[in-house]
Design a protein around this ligand. Structure first.
Ligand code: ZN
Length: 277
């Protein structure tokens, strides 16, 4: 049985941390993935104490912060900047009892020229360095491969090999439906069974329009059940390997950002329900 989670990207243009918390609690979500940029906005008029107070009396619990992006192949200056945001994320996570921080490989026009060996070596190194810091805050890192070639690590297989080599209890994987689909249309769905449940930290649930992979993009994400990803199979396999955390609805659909957040959050709970098991 999976629980129900909400990733704030879904309403990032038409909501706020405050409103997401209120609506997710109202519609029965179990977990929320707060976004660091939305948190920074929230903290202009609120305190960490406000968040702690909310979660102390809510059913909804903090789950994963999103996200530290472009972790690979940084210049020293880029790395310092990344660490600044990373430490902010770790502090908030520690203070509100949020277990995971999502870390994402680097995107860029030259990333598809990187060899798998280069990506492996760099990812193992930077994830180790980030984990050294995160562990001191009691925070775990969930590495999320992004399915298309603009990102340097784009398959679950590649990410899992990296996470195995990192070999730390505090570093695991995010499985995201569209990122899994974007790589090769989920042609080897059974591969997910190779990953032990304790290394699957986060599950992002979403569907997408039935477009050729060469044009499919994150803005084509759509509510679960309205697209072409075999979400029922992915969710079933994850349940069968023993993952029992939240399926977090994560969409980046401009059409939804033009709608009322309440309508989306209510619709999201209904659309995810059939996949929770
Ligand atoms: Zn995701």
């Amino acid at each position: 049985m999976l629980t129900l989670g909400f990733n704030e990207a879904t309403c990032k243009e038409n909501s706020s941390v405050e409103r997401d918390l209120e609506l997710c609690e109202k519609y029965g979500y179990d977990a929320i993935e707060l976004r660091l940029d939305m948190l920074k906005e929230y903290l202009k008029t609120h305190t960490i104490g406000d968040l702690q107070q909310f979660f102390a009396s809510s059913h909804l619990k903090p789950f994963a912060l999103n996200s530290i992006e472009d972790i690979n192949f940084n210049t020293p200056e880029q790395w310092e900047k990344l660490l600044e945001l990373f430490r902010f994320g770790c502090e908030v996570a520690r203070d509100i009892g949020n277990p995971y921080l999502i870390v994402v490989p680097t995107m860029g026009p030259d990333m598809d020229r990187k060899t798998e060996a280069e990506v492996f070596e760099d990812s193992v190194k930077v994830l180790g360095e980030l984990a050294d810091i995160a562990e001191s805050y009691g925070v775990k890192l969930s590495f999320e491969p992004i399915g298309d070639r603009r990102w340097c690590c784009n398959s679950v297989r590649q990410a899992w090999e990296i996470v195995q080599a990192v070999n730390r209890d505090s570093v695991g994987l995010t499985i995201d439906c569209i990122n899994f689909y974007m790589h090769d249309k989920c042609s080897d769905l059974e591969y997910l069974r190779k990953i032990p449940a304790e290394k699957i930290f986060v599950y992002h649930i979403n569907d997408c329009e039935d477009l050729p992979l060469r044009v499919l993009d994150h803005c084509d994400r759509i509510m679960p059940g309205k697209g072409c990803i075999p979400i029922a199979d992915i969710s079933r396999v994850l349940r069968e390997v023993g993952y029992d955390g939240p399926a977090c609805l994560e969409l980046f659909r401009p059409e939804y950002w033009r709608m009322d957040a309440e309508e989306i959050i209510q619709m999201g709970a209904a659309c995810c329900a059939p996949y929770l098991g």
